[in-house]
Each structure stands twice: as C-alpha cells, then as structure tokens.
Write a protein that binds this ligand. Sequence first.
Ligand code: UDP
Length: 512
Amino acid sequence: MQHNPTQNANPNPKILFAKSSLLFALEKLAMQTQKPHAALLASPGMGHLIPVVELGKRLSAHHGFDVTIFVVAADSSTEKSPIFASASGLDHLKLVLLPPVDVSGLIDLTTSVVTQLVMMMREALPSLRAAISIMRTRPTALVVDLFGTEALAVAEEFDMLKYVFITSTARFLAATIHLPNIDAKAEHEHRIMKKPWEIPGLEPVRFEDTLDLFLNQTDKSLYAEYTRIGREIPTADGILVNTWQDLEPSTLHALEDDEFLGRVAKAPVHPVGPLVRPVGPNFKSEVMNWLDKQPVESVIYVSFGSGGTLSAEQTTELAWGLELSRQRFVWVVRPPVDNDASGNFFNVSNSQDGTPNYLPQGFYTRVGDRGVVVPMWAPQTEILAHKSVGGFVSHCGWNSTLESIVNGVPMVAWPLYAEQGMNAAMLVEMLGTAVRPRTRPANRAIGREEIADMVRSIMDSKGNGMRTRARELQRGATGAVCKGGSSDNSLTQVAKECEIKLHRLSAKALGA
Ligand code: UDP
C-alpha cells in the first residue's frame, strides 16, 4: 500500500500542541482585550430612565464599558420619547425596550404608583432573562434601580456581578435598608403617633417629611414591597447612589460604619453623582428665545417633574401666587387632577393641543409678557442652565433637585409624593438652599400669599445666603464628577471590580 503523506491519521503531536497553544493564546488575548459589559435595567418613568442613561453614558465614555440598557415600560410609546430617542443614537450604548408590560388587570384605584412599578418590573423578569440568555457577549454586571431588585437573582443565574443604583439620596437609601429592621412598635410610633423616625447615624425623619409608605393607608402592598426591596438591596455586590461625598458626608459615613448601618448595608456604597442630563448643543425653542430676552437671574422656573399634578384648587392658587409675586416665570402646567399628586407618572407622550384653559380667568392678559406657560413638558435641563433663571419651584424629585444644584439655583421645595418630603427637608434644613411651605402641600392647598412670599424670598435671596450656598454646592458637584473627583473615583472602583470579574470569567472559560 502506498503511503500518502497528506492523509496522516496520526498527526504530529508537536504540531498539534503548537496549534492549540496558539489558539489558546489568541483566545486569551481576545478575552484580555474585551471590555467589561454592563447591563443596566431601568424601571418605568422618565425620572428613572434619565439617571440610568446618564450612568450608562458615564460608564462607557469614562470607564471603558460596553453598555446595554434594558428599559421596562407600560407601552411602546416610550420608544418615541425624546429621552429614549436621543439615548438610542449614542455609540457604545445599546438601548433595548423590553416587551411592554400590561398590569392593568392586576390593579385597582387603591394601587399606588410604586406598587404598579413593582408589578411591572416583576412581569418583565422573564423577558429580561430571555434577552440576556441570547446575548453574544454575556454582560459582566447587572445594574438595577430601586424597583428592579428582584432581577438581582437573574444576574446570579448568569454569574454576573450585581449592583443596585439608587437614583435618589444616600439618606433615602439608609431609610430603605433600615426599614426591614424596624419592629411593630417603631412603626406604630411613627405611622400612628407621628413621632420622628429614628435611623441609626442619621437625623431623624419627621413625620411630615416621611415616605409615602407610612402615609398611604389604602395600598396594602406598599409597605411590604418597600420592606422586601430594603432586604434585597444589601444582597448586591455594590450600591451606587446618585449623590456625592461632600453632599451627604455623615449619611455616607453611617452607611459604612458597622456601629450604624454598615452591618445592614453589607455591600459597599459608591456615591457616583451627580449624574444629570447635560444641556443639548445649540438647543433652541420658543421658551429659550423668551429667556434670552430676560435679565440675568430674574426668572423663576416652576415644574413638578415628569409625573406631578396639582388639584384644581392648587392650580388656581399657584397661578395667583405667581401673579402676586410680580416675578418673571416659566411654568410647566398640566391639567388639574384632584386626589392624585402623581397623576402624570405613566404618561410618556406629554402631548397637549392649544393653550391650557384651566388657569384663572384673565390670567394670560394680566401676566402679559412677564410669564410663559409651557403645557405638559419643558426642556428642563436647558432652562435651569439658562443665565436668566434664578429660582426653581420644584416637587423635589431627585433629578430635578440635582439639576438645580449643578446650576447653582435656589429652590422653593414643594414635595408631592414618594421620598420628596425627605429631599425637601434636606434642602431646607441641611443644605440651606431652599424654602418650603409651612405644611406639606399634600395635606392642603398652599395659598396664593404664601406662594408669592416663597417665590419672592428665593428671587430676592442675595441677602439670605441661599444663592451663595447653592453656588457652593454647584462647585462641589462639579468637582465630584470631574477626573479624579470622589464620584469619578467611585466608578473607577466599580470598573476595577468588573475587570477582575471579566478576567476570572475568561480564565474559567479557558479552563485555566
Ligand atoms: N423633566 C423635563 N421636563 C419636564 C419635566 C421633567 O425635562 O417638563 C425631566 C427633569 O429634567 C428630570 C426628570 O424629568 O430629569 C424628572 O425627574 P425627577 O426625579 O425630578 O422627578 P420624577 O418625575 O421622577 O418625579
């Protein structure tokens, strides 16, 4: 039989070894040059999507991550929202709208916004799991917001690092993780006897500033869901918070110190903020043109976030209050909704035709060119950054608060729901950059005279130090996120953890 050298049944073991070594080295090189990949999960609502997108942008632009953001929404109209659309066009950041979740069959009139959010996030879990399982490069880490903590279990299934991103304050984080540890007596003392809520290492939370979960008497699931979230947050590998070291030093200390909340938090807490939406380049609109013509710091901006709505009575009082204050203003108005301060929360389109007809008779004529009314939605970051804006009447949602701080703008703190009362107290009592109504706006309509007084006190705040303090906070905020700042360093730390995980996974895959 003739020997054919090309058909060698027993290949030279030396050649085989060299080939496999080369392949191994190439694969290793490919894995070593692979970037860490973070999957972020955003719960419904613009106030959640906006900071999650900003975190994604920061991770990709400054810390070398590939980023995929999974967005949960009630319907597909979210895809058409300006926030979603602008984030979709960014390099290194992939936005995936998970199949819309419909929980309308599970809710009734007593179901709070938070419980609806929790239900939607729960319903979205199978789609999230399916989406991750078909990804070509498995993400190194999953980052969820407050309402997505049940998805931490999905991260575990796929051997990913797990992070929670608190899009609010360290103080709110402290309250949430402390919640599962309070007993029935402490709950009774706060909820029923209205005594201040003691949280280890923190200034107590006064009842009038407290969280919705203590105030809501009808939604039976709310307290239990928050308590579950409070238990799940510490199971993460790290907790990211949209705050910074100099803004909340004592609370951040309490969250680290085992004598206070360190034992409860368990995971390291990383202050990574302020992460806020930047001003769009050359942004033009009617309201911006009007602002261009106003004197420096002469305009008060009035807005209650993406979800906030006022009663008919309160809308009328606010209109009169702005008129009486004699100050220039930009007011984002929404049709009045009685008994639901978060009446616009799930409305993504924010469209409205014509001039709003629910303001007091003759309002437009009397105000003339001194004020601008914007129906439903305004370019808030651009407005707050404009040199003509000198004050902000705000519901104290944390994104709005941060946008005010990064522009050095003092505020009238007008909390409506969720943790906004705690934010208002912090702005007024701890940071000294805001005034607030004598009683919580949820409890009664704030009268026109009180509104006019608050607006004037902010706009005339040269003497009372609020503007100076706001400027100091602005400087601290800028320093925290610049290269080498405290928040930038926190994210570098997170990036390192993800790189180590990536190398471990690579080594495991190569059987090393
Ligand atoms: N926002 C805006 N235009 C509006 C109302 C809200 O751009 O007319 C943005 C605002 O800049 C902020 C977010 O929507 O980034 C609202 O988040 P926040 O945490 O302040 O309040 P929420 O809407 O979650 O209650």
